[in-house]
Design a protein around this ligand. Sequence first.
Ligand code: G1P
Length: 289
Amino acid sequence: MKVKKAVIPAAGFGTRFLPATKVVPKELLPIVDKPTIQYIMEEVALSGIEEVILITGREKGSIEDHFDTSTELENHLRKKGRDDLLKVVQEISGMVTLVSVRQKEPLGLGHAILCAKRVVGKEPFAVLLGDDLIDANVPCIRQMMKIYQDMDGALIAIQKVPRQEAHLYGIIKGKKVMDRVYSVEEMVEKPEKGKAPSNLAIIGRYILPPRIFDILERVKPDRRGEIQLTEGLKELNREVPIYGYEFIGDRYDAGDKFGYLQANLSFGLRHPEIGTKLKRYLKTLSSYC
Ligand code: G1P
């Protein structure tokens, strides 16, 4: 079945970026000149997905505004003859159809996805986590949709990570079944240091069957009171096969200060306006290193 809908959870508090995220949602922090969530929306749009279900929390109205038409701003740019910027602004609002659903309490990723149950209905859907920024020639979720065409069950993006960082991720153990594809046998959410079953980490891109909703409704909250998606996936794996796909592309953890800076540098160095200048500037910094 074709994947037509994508769920983007954006209800977190962004505590790792306080005080910047006290008023501004972390999804709107820019990588050079574009909010992180816009990169995710572009990935969705370029993959041919028609509808996005945004799961929002309190104070997240500005994310919806960002993807809405801004008549005042457009009139202003028209008057100033800034057709270049007008085009940029108009492209954003025409990107995808956006439906937003409010997550009333921050009860974890699994719960956030469950909030999309009614809007998604009975079809497989994509999930994209805003912290995982993936820079790829073919958008990551598009690569996954191509693989998913010939399969049932669920598909999750994976990437090899250094063993000493495995405790920061959901980790899978699997058997390689074809190039870049693993059949998942085991999953552990944030394993204790030194206890990960492999170095294959779950990255925030998933294609899930609607059955996951019924399962998430039954998943018990963890020690922190959160309903984890990985727990739901473990349950789902008892009923249908789950595959891990090692995508092609560079991933940045934009939810982490260091990853965020890395993304800014990497995108900045290729930015037509500032790329050359930034390169020159970085060379002058070598005396600090
Ligand atoms: C979530 C998932 C985790 C995954 C990670 C990727 O964790 O629960 O399995 O490895 O995203 O970014 P979070 O980083 O939101 O705590």
